[in-house]
Design a binder for this molecule. Structure first.
Ligand code: GLC
Ligand code: GLC
Length: 651
């Protein structure tokens, strides 16, 4: 919160700046004075907080007030030109700010080109999304990118132009509108840590323009890069060791955390902050409802640190948040911080990111699947999953990225697990090298310097379906499907928005064809980014097929989730099952309580009756999954990879 001192200065600055913006926007204000009043109201509400953050970030710059005024003018203009239907959405969302916390919210994610060739084709699949019950759709980055490798769209050359192979800006706005009219919110990436080396700013920098060189982190020699690198983690070590790329044209080093063609922006420069706010508000006005803030952890650099999760990274997002509340109040932020669980938590706040990926849950579900024991998962969920009111997790099993073994080392040690050895085991397990492993995955970004490795593969292949199908063994197939559905049941019920990476709903297997594509061969994440072959999907659709079974069980879980008010966001507690293979938790909300119990082993398990009796009054429990009744007078019998959603129903 702003102190009295900043409040006072904020007010004084605003009184000086406001009339100038009003003059600037004279014509717009004249024709829409009511809308201006709304803006002014929000501006006055958010400004003290924004001002404090900006003073902290940029107060030392001689041209601070110049930037501040330009920033507010751009924000005002963005609001005044915001389409009417989005303004209506703003009003609706402001009156129901908890709209995204309900159990009826279910998400999907897809690559437009791989799913439907282009944006025009996407429109043909809206019924498909609806039939599945999706209410949130993340389209992977679809903006202009370099033709060759572009990191699956994460190297953006122009935030205001759709990749011409996919469509146009007008089509994007139309898709957003159509989805919205069908009750589906559009989610897009804001790739704001870096631009591609083909972005106009990067080109200007490359041609020697010093104003644009100051948009990036560029160094004449190795002096500073070497100092930074002492503490940096290599994110893509197989692309290039270190985090800097030599640029032949400039004869200088450029900071490139990810691929060499992705240039990190310099948020220490207020001009960069301001330019990116304008790009963000532009995106907001195309109709996107949730912005996925890509690679949030990396946006601020500080010598002597690993340059991840710096306090200023949080401030920048908080400032984005304040500006979005002024010019596009319906907009929400989703944090993509794939870092230590405690650092992930720090981005989650109504005034920062209201949504966040839950990489710890994802990684530990896979961990428990490999070990058949959820004990690390239990500890971690108990210690590190609570988030503020008004915020929610986005829970997923697979996404377009790799799996990294993110858990807290001291949690592991507290139950006698050596964290390094355990990560090594998990990598062996999921690359199928560990004897008896059911998984088929590929290694991603092996770092010979420290042995780090991450995992690529689809949900189905990692859960054992690929091996089982190859072996033509119906029992193994059944086990693999049970694993898939149990994991799915957990993300549907543990609290937060479940996110389905489309293709998962049919159990798509790894696709090895990327290895022959020049632009993809070096990045194993493409193994889990298969093209949707609709002829094949049509074959799966037939009753009795494997794909059908996975689809139907997924769709049933979605329907069930939507009916159970206990599954509204929040109110999750890990329960002690006193059986090392059973993972149990309680969901209690809106006058309903569910006990959810999952068997992580391929053998039947029991849970003692006294565990259930704790959740009486009577002895009778009904399982929402099967409709069967269980009595707490006898031990609960749970089949291989079975899960139960129990509710006490005294007769
Ligand atoms: C994010 C994306 C990932 C990409 C990286 C660089 O983590 O999810 O796919 O490689 O950022 O933009
Ligand atoms: C690292 C980064 C994350 C990125 C991923 C891509 O985990 O923290 O942002 O998505 O690498 O592999």
């Amino acid at each position: 919160m702003a102190s009295d001192w900043t409040r006072h200065h904020a007010e004084k600055s605003l009184e000086r700046i406001l009339p100038r913006i009003q003059k600037d926007l004279e014509n717009e204000i004249f024709s829409a004075s009511e809308e201006w009043n709304q803006f002014e109201h929000r501006l006055r509400r958010e400004f003290p907080r924004l001002f404090q953050i900006l003073v902290e970030l940029y107060g030392g710059h001689y041209d601070f007030f110049f930037h501040l005024e330009a920033l507010l003018a751009a924000t005002a203009r963005s609001w005044m030109t915001r389409p009417e239907d989005l303004k209506a959405l703003d009003a609706e969302r402001e009156s129901r700010p908890d709209w995204f916390l309900g159990q009826e919210v279910v998400g999907g994610a897809l690559y437009v080109d791989l799913f439907s060739d282009n944006l025009a084709g996407l429109g043909d699949h809206i019924d498909y999304f609806k039939a599945m019950g999706l209410s949130y759709l993340h389209l992977m980055p679809l903006f202009a990118v370099p033709h060759d490798d572009n990191d699956g769209g994460y190297a953006v050359s122009d935030y205001r132009a759709v990749n011409p192979e996919l469509g146009t800006m007008a089509q994007l706005a139309e898709v957003a509108q159509r989805l919205r009219s069908e009750g589906i919110s559009l989610v897009l990436d804001f790739v704001f840590n870096h631009t591609s080396d083909e972005h106009a700013w990067a080109r200007a920098a490359a041609s020697g323009n010093s104003e644009y060189q100051a948009f990036y982190h560029i160094f004449p020699d190795r002096h500073m890069p070497d100092q930074y690198e002492r503490h940096l983690r290599d994110i893509f070590p197989t692309v290039r060791r270190g985090s800097f790329t030599w640029h032949e044209g400039m004869g200088q080093w450029v900071w490139t955390t990810f691929n060499s063609f992705q240039w990190d922006l310099n948020y220490g420069n207020p001009a960069v902050f301001r330019a990116m706010v304008e790009e963000m508000l532009f995106l907001a006005n195309t109709g996107v409802e949730v912005l996925r803030l890509d690679a949030v952890a990396f946006i601020w650099k500080r010598l002597g640190t690993d340059c991840e999760n710096q306090p200023e990274a949080h401030k920048i997002i908080q400032a984005f948040n304040a500006l979005a509340r002024m010019a596009a109040p319906a907009l929400l932020f989703k944090s993509e911080a794939i870092v230590h669980p405690d650092e992930v938590l720090r981005y989650i706040d109504p005034w920062e990111c209201q949504l966040s990926y839950n990489p710890m849950l994802m990684a530990l579900l896979w961990e428990a699947l490999a070990t058949r024991q959820p004990r690390l998962l239990e500890i971690a969920m108990h210690n590190r999953s609570r988030i503020p009111e008004g915020c929610t997790w986005v829970n997923y099993l697979r996404c377009h990225d790799d799996i990294g073994w993110t858990f807290d080392d001291s949690d592991a040690r507290s139950i006698g697990i050596d964290p390094g050895a355990h990560r090594h085991f998990l990598n062996e397990f999921y690359t199928g090298q560990f004897p008896g492993s059911f998984a088929t995955g590929l290694p991603f970004q092996f770092n010979p310097a420290n042995g780090d490795l991450r995992i690529s593969g689809t949900l189905a292949s990692l859960a054992g379906l690929e091996q089982a199908v190859e072996a033509e063994d119906p029992h193994l197939v059944d086990m693999a499907v049970r694993r898939i559905i149990m994991l799915r049941s957990i993300v549907m019920s543990i609290g937060g928005i479940p996110l389905i990476y489309l293709g998962e709903e049919w159990g798509l297997l790894n696709d090895y064809s990327f290895a022959t594509d020049e632009r993809k061969a070096r990045d194993s994440r493409w193994v889990h980014r298969p093209k949707t072959h609709w002829e094949e999907v049509a074959r799966w659709e037939a009753p009795g097929t494997l794909g059908r079974r996975i689809y139907d069980e997924t769709a049933q879980l979605i329907r069930l989730r939507k009916q159970l008010r206990a599954l509204y966001n929040g109110g999750m507690e890990v329960m002690s099952t006193q059986n090392p293979h059973l993972f149990g938790y309680i969901r209690q909300k809106n006058g309903q309580r569910l006990l959810i119990i999952n068997n992580f082993s391929e053998h039947p398990q029991t849970m003692a009756e006294n565990r259930l009796r704790l959740y009486g009054p009577g002895y009778r429990f009904i399982d929402h999954i099967t409709g069967e009744t269980h009595s707490a007078k006898a031990p609960l019998q749970i089949g291989p990879y079975q899960f139960l959603w129990l509710e006490n129903k005294p007769a």
